[in-house]
Design a protein around this ligand. Structure first.
Ligand SMILES: [Zn+2]
Length: 229
């Protein structure tokens, strides 16, 4: 299927590969769960609930895998309900990510989903469709053993030093190349990152670099903090 068709399918049908309500795994006594509204801090909608081993299923050198940690995060999705997702990131960046997600939750900055790249929903036809599929589904993710877009060097995602947030609202733009294909950067749209948004400010305060402030290209979804390897 051509990219544009995939996008249309995603938009029109909420494609099965894209993040949808999975189930709630909040453990509560029988009876109590019924009275608790779904999509709250106590009973979030679960977008991802896998183990660290499952989240590291896709190939990466063992020394890089060893440094990654699984972080659970809460956020409002575009349905105005609280969801729970998971991120894989270098263990030394876990505190930063937790602080940023506190701001994301508090300011109700909407995030479609936060699901690791190695989740089975990004595995299609015997291969990891990974970043393309994840981006088209507007999924937020961090660790991903891959090369930089359009280059040969390893991406900062390959080390767990980078995160991409809401790719459809915050595309990668280099001249005429826009990724995900068809995405439009419109600073007025909810879920869009701009230089003075609390999310960007928090990342910057914690020493991260935002791809939206780069000059040779713009990567609005991308934040990175490069640690010693
Ligand atoms: Zn990125």
């Amino acid at each position: 299927m051509k990219p544009i068709l995939v996008i249309l399918a995603c938009l029109m049908f909420g494609l099965s590969g894209c993040a949808t309500v999975v189930s709630s795994t909040t453990k509560a006594p029988v009876g109590e769960l019924k009275s608790k509204p779904v999509g709250t801090t106590e009973n979030p909608i679960v977008d991802s609930n896998i183990t660290l081993a499952e989240a590291l299923k896709k190939y990466a050198p063992p020394d890089l895998k060893k440094r990654q940690e699984l972080v659970e995060v809460l956020y409002y999705s575009f349905d105005d309900k609280i969801h729970k997702g998971q991120l894989i990131i270098d263990a030394r960046l876990v505190k930063d990510i937790q602080e940023v997600f506190r701001v994301i939750l508090k300011t109700k900055f909407p995030i479609t989903s936060v699901i690791p790249i190695s989740h089975e929903r990004f595995y299609k036809d015997g291969m990891w469709n990974e970043d393309d599929q994840s981006m088209l589904c507007n999924n937020t993710s961090a660790f991903n053993y891959r090369k930089v877009t359009g280059g040969k060097k390893l991406s900062m995602h390959a080390y767990g030093y980078a995160i991409d947030i809401n790719p459809m609202q915050n595309p990668y733009i280099k001249r005429r190349i826009v990724l995900p294909p068809g995405a439009i950067y419109d600073r007025r749209k909810p879920g869009t990152l701009v230089y003075d948004s609390p999310v960007v400010k928090t990342f910057k305060r914690l020493g991260w670099t935002w791809g939206g402030s780069w000059r040779s290209l713009k990567d609005y979804q991308h934040f990175e903090k490069v640690l010693s390897k």
